[in-house]
Structure formats: structure tokens, C-alpha cells
Design a protein around this ligand. Structure first.
Ligand SMILES: [Zn+2]
Length: 496
């Protein structure tokens, strides 16, 4: 049996200008190859060692897999012993594609998209109620909780199609085999339905009359069939009426709440590279051309009083500043405080204004309205620049995605968080039993990658950061974290 190789042995390497080099390199250690530029460091590490590692890996694959990978030439060397499959980390910026981010480059974003599509819950913005659609199983589960022998009706709201009279509708129902309707809490035989003049929101088609009996083995499948029919006849709505307690319970299989329809989360919904998921305001670029706050307040150590608001400096425009000063006391706005030290609500007041105070936004609206005058047009253009898109906060995601949450966080929250915070948040993420079951594998992949990113010292980056703005060293570490995060073992890592 061969002795397990503890080092890499290279004999007679002649790639490029290597002059028949032979050497050994220990395993499981951090090895640095140094030397003058052009002395052959890369020829040795990349063109000999890494190339041979790759070649052997590909050779080990089936001939079917190999045809997709192309041929790898054997480097010019007598022999190499003891090498493993290898990954190479090159010092170059990952991508200049403006749509590539730390999140997409590390694949974390791909997993987050799936995570939100699978276990994200949609909430109404105002009431905080969860938006749900009911399945047949939900209704059956509800009924299962009834007490034995409880009598109830499975109903579908009775709605008239356009141009159809009540009389005609009754005829149609009879021809479909229905025998009763339920109107104003009363069962009415369809053959006697002549008495019904109007169909109201208290009118239902009786799909089934039942007595709760779990002992009957056909019972639950009959319930399920009837619920399914109720959803169909009710155009997505079904109602269960408990006879003794006179209790109505409504179900809908449409994704809506209080009459408002919501978009059901899918993977594409969370994909900013897809027109469906991209923010509609900035078309997925994360920034828009607008008034640039940094141009409006170029020196943040200045207060409003001290002419910190650049466009309000001139004699003509100073009436805007005077207006603010005049009402400052009433609204407790600190006119002498440097802009940088203002609280969020003070900055909001300064920009948005109120019934007395003219805000900076009102000022630019005024310029816009008067832009037929050249001096206002010039002034406007002076403060325009690329600014963060207010709808998506630069995440490029359509704003409806903010309604979909996991433990109170939306996807944008996650991708705007520094990686270290993200790691801590994921460690404490509270999920219900169902979410845990579904997300287990995804969470593992996400946590793995976040942990590696943090461990290679990139905890300060956000997943939203554009790849093109990273330094060479940062990109290199991201490549490393990505390769390690994808759970390869026993690999050699080459850095350039
Ligand atoms: Zn946007």
C-alpha cells in the first residue's frame, strides 16, 4: 500500500521560463512563493500546479462530463505527486457588471430569494395582519376541530353572473343538481326559491349539509370534495356555517386581505435582475436622478442658520430660510445645530416641511413648477445627481417585497445589513415549526457562507455592495469565502 503523501513533489517543471525546477511543498500549510517579477512564480503555482490539479480532476470525471469541460493539456513537467483538486483565487475584481453584488457573487442572495419565496409571510402594511390564502386542507383542518355530531353547512357565496336574473340563476343551480340555498340564515328549497327576489351578500348556495363524524372513514374525503366545490362555485370563496352556534367562518383561496389583492411571493419576485422583481422606480438600478442631498447640504458641520442649505443662500432664496427660522420655535427645530447632528425626525421636517414650514422638497417643487424661467432651471440642475432610490433604498427590489417578512425582517433589511450583523440576526432568527422544516437546508447554506465572509474579515460589507466597487483584496477574499462556503473539502487553494 502506498504511503500517504504528506507533500507535493514536483520534478522537472519547464512551463514557460521555468528551468527544469524540482521541489517539494508541504501539505496543510500556508506556502508563499516569492521572487522577482518574471521569475516564474505564477508559472509554477498556476500554470504547473493548479493546471495539473485541474487536469487530473477533469480526467477523473466520466467521459460524458468531460465533453463539456474541454481538454486540459498536461503541463511540461516530468511528474507531480501528491496534489489534490484545487481552486485558484485570482487577484482581480470579480465583475464589472453593475448588477453583480456581494450577495450574488457569494450566492447568498440566491439562497435568500428561495428562502423568502418559501417561508416569507406577507403582511398588510397598515394593520400588520398576515395575508393568507386558504387551501382545501386549511378548511378541512378547521372542521376537524368540531365536536362530534356537530351539524354544519358548507356554503358558496351565491353571486349572480352579469346579465343573469335570480330566476335564471335558480334554474341553472337546479340543473346542476343543487337543491337548496341558504338565505338570511334560513335554508330554502330551490323548488320554492320563487320567493327570493334579490341575491344579497347573505345568500349562499348549499354545497353540503353534514354532521361531524370522524369515525366514518369516507367522511373527510367527502368534506374535502365539498370544500373544493364551494371554492369553485364561490369564485375562490367558501363559507362554513355551524348550525347550533350560528357561526359563519369564511375562507378564500385568493391571496388577498380586506379586499386587497397581494402578489404571491415567488423566486422571481425577489430577483432584481428580472423585470418582474425589479424596483419600478429605478428599474432595478438602485439609484435615480434626483436632488442629491450631498449637493444641497455640502458642509454638514453647518447649521440651517449658518447657511448650511446651499440653495437658500442667495438674497432671493433666503425667504425659504427665513420661513424656517420664523417657525422653528413652534416646532422645536434647532436652527443653530449642525446638520450632521440633527435627529432623523428633524431632518424629515427640514426636507418634507409641514403646514407652516416650507421644506427643501417644497423648494425644489417650486423650482420645477417655475422651470420655464432659465434661472430656476439652472438652479435645479446644480443640485441634481444620482441619488439613492427612495422606494427600494438602493436594493433594486420592488417595494412590494417589503411586505414579505421572516421574523419581522424583509429581504431588503437583510441585504442592507453588514455581514456581521446578518450573521448574528440569522443565529437568533425565530421561525415556526413549519418554517424550520422547510428552511433547514437553505439556512445551513446561508449561514455557512455568511460565517466564512465574516471570518475572512469582510463582516463590514453589505450583500448589497456592488462587486465592481470592491478592492482587489476584498474580491479575492470573497472568492475564497464562496469556495469554502460551498463545502468542498481537501482542496488546495492558490492565491495570486
Ligand atoms: Zn428603486
Amino acid at each position: 500500500m502506498a504511503v500517504k503523501q504528506r507533500e507535493i513533489e514536483i520534478k522537472g517543471a519547464r512551463v514557460h521560463n521555468l528551468k527544469n525546477v524540482s521541489l517539494t511543498i508541504p501539505h496543510n500549510q500556508f506556502v508563499v512563493i516569492t521572487g522577482l517579477s518574471g521569475s516564474g512564480k505564477s508559472s509554477l503555482a498556476f500554470d504547473t500546479l493548479f493546471a495539473e490539479g485541474q487536469r487530473r480532476y477533469v480526467e477523473s470525471l466520466s467521459s460524458y462530463a468531460r465533453q463539456f469541460l474541454g481538454r486540459f493539456d498536461k503541463p511540461d513537467v516530468d511528474y507531480i505527486k501528491g496534489i489534490s483538486p484545487a481552486i485558484a483565487i485570482e487577484q482581480k475584481v470579480i465583475s464589472n457588471n453593475p448588477r453583480s453584488t456581494v450577495g450574488t457573487a457569494t450566492e447568498i442572495y440566491d439562497y435568500l430569494k428561495v428562502l423568502f419565496a418559501r417561508i416569507g409571510k406577507t403582511y398588510d402594511e397598515e394593520t400588520g395582519q398576515e395575508v393568507k390564502k386558504h387551501s382545501v386542507t386549511d378548511v378541512v383542518n378547521f372542521i376537524t376541530s368540531f365536536k362530534n355530531d356537530e351539524k354544519y353547512l358548507i356554503l358558496a357565496p351565491w353571486r349572480l353572473k352579469e346579465g343573469i336574473s335570480t330566476k335564471k340563476s335558480v334554474e341553472i343551480l337546479l340543473s346542476q343538481g343543487y337543491t337548496r340555498v341558504f338565505v338570511n340564515n334560513e335554508l330554502v328549497d330551490l323548488t320554492e326559491a320563487k320567493t327570493i327576489k334579490h341575491v344579497t351578500d347573505k345568500s349562499f348556495i348549499v354545497i353540503d349539509r353534514l354532521k361531524h363524524n370522524l369515525a366514518d372513514e369516507d367522511y373527510l374525503s367527502r368534506v374535502a370534495d365539498s370544500v373544493q366545490t364551494a371554492f369553485y362555485e364561490g369564485f375562490g370563496d367558501a363559507v362554513v356555517f355551524q348550525i347550533d352556534s350560528k357561526k359563519y367562518s369564511s375562507f378564500t383561496n385568493r391571496f388577498e386581505l380586506n379586499g386587497i389583492s397581494y402578489i404571491e411571493p415567488t423566486i422571481n419576485f425577489f430577483s432584481f435582475n428580472n423585470p418582474y422583481g425589479a424596483c419600478q422606480s429605478c428599474e432595478g438600478y438602485g439609484s435615480i436622478i434626483g436632488i442629491d442631498p450631498n449637493l444641497v447640504v455640502p458642509d454638514k458641520t453647518k447649521s440651517v442658520f449658518d447657511s448650511g442649505i446651499a440653495p437658500w443662500k442667495g438674497e432671493k432664496m433666503s425667504e425659504w430660510k427665513d420661513n424656517l427660522i420664523r417657525h422653528a420655535e413652534k416646532y422645536k427645530f434647532p436652527i443653530h445645530r449642525p446638520y450632521a447632528e440633527l435627529t432623523k425626525s428633524e431632518i424629515d421636517l427640514l426636507w418634507k416641511g409641514n403646514k407652516d414650514i416650507w421644506g427643501i422638497n417644497n423648494f425644489f417643487e417650486f423650482l420645477q413648477q417655475n422651470s420655464y424661467k432659465i434661472q430656476y432651471r439652472i438652479m435645479q440642475s446644480r443640485y441634481r445627481g444620482k441619488t439613492l432610490c427612495p422606494d427600494c433604498r438602493g436594493t433594486r427590489l420592488r417595494k412590494e417585497t417589503n411586505l414579505v417578512k421572516i421574523d419581522g425582517y424583509c429581504l431588503s433589511d437583510f441585504i442592507l445589513m453588514p455581514v456581521t450583523d446578518l450573521k448574528n440576526t440569522f443565529e437568533k432568527l425565530k421561525l415556526d415549526k413549519y418554517q424550520k422544516e422547510i428552511a433547514e437546508r437553505l439556512l445551513l447554506e446561508i449561514k455557512n457562507r455568511i460565517t466564512y465572509l465574516d471570518e475572512v474579515g469582510l463582516g463590514y460589507l453589505t450583500l448589497n455592495r456592488q462587486s465592481g466597487t470592491l478592492s482587489g483584496g476584498e474580491s479575492q477574499r470573497i472568492n475564497l469565502a464562496t469556495s469554502l462556503g460551498s463545502s468542498l473539502v481537501g482542496i488546495h487553494v492558490y492565491f495570486r
